[in-house]
Write a protein that binds this ligand. Structure first.
Ligand SMILES: [Zn+2]
Ligand SMILES: [Zn+2]
Length: 187
């Protein structure tokens, strides 16, 4: 039965690898070292890799009997917002990926599901899903500018960092209380 047609990979796309140079002989190897532009939406809500920023790929492509094994490192920069004080966060990341991509019509292709083993399209490999998974897994769901960030004063919204240790709103509160008393007494 024919498989449902996949979207066609664009060999010029930054996260598509062309394996034409890699002999289809188990053990053959090529390395890929390049800097590409990060794709859109590589991250989670509070933190992620800015679209178009440098993504460094340092990968090894190895021919195995049923496909190509891609392994190596992906690194770059993430930016986001501190979950407590909303300050901008900039950090670097370095993740490793290891993924097997099966040749079209190989036994692996015919006998596994696509979410178990990646697929090649001709000589092309789409790295984006593997890179996305690896990067998103490494990102904190609640990013902080530093582990002990004290956050914002719930009353005035100022950074606790920039406030004196005895910062409090009692004075203002008592003024409000006085005003309230005033208005009450006018009634
Ligand atoms: Zn913070
Ligand atoms: Zn305050």
């Amino acid at each position: 039965m024919p498989k449902p047609s996949q979207t066609h990979l664009d060999p010029r796309s930054p996260l598509v690898l062309d394996t034409r140079e890699l002999p289809r002989r188990p053990g053959a190897m090529r390395t890929v070292s390049r800097v590409v532009a990060a794709p859109v939406d590589l991250g989670v809500e509070m933190i992620g890799v800015p679209e178009g920023s440098d993504l460094s790929l340092d990968l090894r492509l190895e021919s195995v009997s049923e496909g190509v094994l891609v392994s190596g490192a992906v690194s770059g920069t993430v930016t986001g917002e501190c979950g407590r004080c909303l300050r901008a966060i900039t950090d670097s990341f370095d993740v490793t990926i290891q993924e097997l991509y099966a040749y079209e019509h190989s036994t692996t292709d015919e006998t596994t599901e696509e979410d178990e083993v990646g697929r090649m399209q001709g000589d092309l490999i789409d790295l984006e899903p593997a890179v996305r998974d690896a990067v998103v897994l490494t990102l904190p769901t609640n990013p902080l500018c530093r582990p002990d960030c004290p956050g914002l004063c719930p009353d005035c919204g100022a950074h606790f960092d920039e406030l004196p240790a005895d910062h409090s709103h009692e004075l203002a509160d008592s003024r409000w209380a006085a005003l309230r008393n005033l208005s009450n007494s006018e009634e």
